[in-house]
Design a protein around this ligand. Structure first.
Ligand code: 1CP
Length: 343
């Protein structure tokens, strides 16, 4: 009874399912109120009741077809013993690895669960409280994206610091990727055990890698994670988001084990419909900036996105996360527009 799961499972649906990346967030006053009660962003992530509350807020307000667990991709680094802080107005700041032998200080991937237990608890609460037709998406950051934060200490355009590290120390970098891959497998297995219906892997900084590096450091570790998890849970669908990888998206579309490919807003929609959609169900790719503009500008772009993708089933979403300056009335208009489509 879920249009989102039906679409992923290849059943006939009469319109695209719709949800938005970062649908719980600062553009909503309800989120800001709960966030204030939590005291800090990390407290909100680790407070299962409040994290469940903010996960549900956009479902109740807008009627999205899927919910995404409220947490952050950087919690797993916190659990691995890296100091993580979220600085108001700046974003995440971490204590980065400065010397290669500091890799040895990371906590064993098998021992991350005590710290991450509140996240699994959030999943359990959500499974009980979400409407039965709204599946829950669990998620993790991909090893490369996590490695960029571990090495840069923060999001860095071009991920230059991490790229220099991997080119200068390929053996040590491989070790880092392996640790992060193992931890991610552990983390996602526990989310599924707690009740997550679908898993999304965010490789938000994959676009910083050159094409050959994309295959080695983005695609391969993600493939390993999905394969390992599907050995235990063969039916669990995976959405993979290698943001910014340009034409190497076509390599991701070849991987049978991936169920959905999330496409960013920089890809040519004609190319997506010709090269990707025949091979893989897609999700995307409205530029989040349209949610900040006049409604008529948004509606026109919705027409463009839907017009480009409608030859095949697709999941409606943004090309990247919603921004704090998105207008609530635009989000309402977007959901209404998609729900009125009859394909
Ligand atoms: O002050 C606040 O309220 C913090 C803003 C915020 C929020 C609402 C951050 C800090 N994270 C989140 C929640 C979050 N992050 C979710 C929750 C569920 C939802 O989608 O509604 C998810 C899935 C994430 C994932 C995430 N965190 C990614 C991958 C997706 C993407 O946007 O590319 C990344 C890269 C992060 C790191 C992070 N955490 C927060 C910020 C602002 C960032 C990214 C920016 C940076 O590195 O500077």
């Amino acid at each position: 009874m879920s249009i989102f799961l039906d679409c992923i499972n290849g059943k006939d649906v009469n319109r695209p399912p719709v949800w938005l990346m970062r649908q719980a967030g600062r553009y909503m006053k309800e989120y800001k109120e709960t966030r204030k009660r939590a005291g800090s962003f990390l407290n909100l992530c680790y407070n299962s009741e409040l994290a469940a509350e903010v996960t549900i807020q956009p479902i109740e307000k807008f009627g999205f077809d899927a919910a995404i667990l409220f947490a952050d991709i950087l919690l797993i680094l916190d659990a691995l013993g890296v100091k993580v802080d979220f600085v108001e107005g700046l974003g995440p700041r971490l204590e980065p690895i400065k010397k290669i032998d500091e890799i040895n200080n990371l906590i064993n991937p098998h021992d991350i669960h005590e710290k991450l237990n509140p996240v699994y608890n959030t999943v359990s609460i959500l499974k009980k409280s979400l409407p039965s037709d709204v599946p829950l998406i669990g998620f993790a950051g991909a090893p490369w994206t996590l490695a960029t934060y571990l090495i840069n200490g923060k999001g860095e355009p071009g991920s230059v610091t991490a790229k220099k590290f991997l080119l200068s120390n390929p053996i040590e970098f491989e070790r880092i990727i392996n640790i992060l891959t193992e931890a991610t497998i552990e983390y996602l297995l526990m989310q599924i055990k707690a009740g997550a219906d679908v898993i999304k892997i965010f490789d938000s900084w994959a676009g910083a890698l050159n094409a050959d590096m994309v295959l080695t450091y983005s695609l391969n570790p993600i493939k390993r994670i999905v394969s390992e998890i599907k050995k235990k849970y063969p039916k669990i669908p995976f959405i993979v988001f290698p943001r910014g990888v340009s034409t190497t998206y076509s390599y991701f579309s070849e991987i049978n084990k991936f169920d959905v490919l999330a496409v960013d807003q920089f890809l040519d929609r004609h190319w997506i419909s010709q090269k990707i959609q025949p091979k893989k169900l897609i999700q995307g790719n409205l530029d989040p900036i349209f949610l900040t503009l006049n409604k008529d500008i948004l509606l026109k772009e919705l027409e463009n996105v839907v017009g480009s993708f409608k030859k095949y089933p697709f999941i409606f979403n943004l090309g990247h996360g919603i921004t704090p300056d998105a207008k609530v009335e635009n989000v309402k208009a977007l959901v209404e527009y998609i729900k009125e489509i009859n394909m």
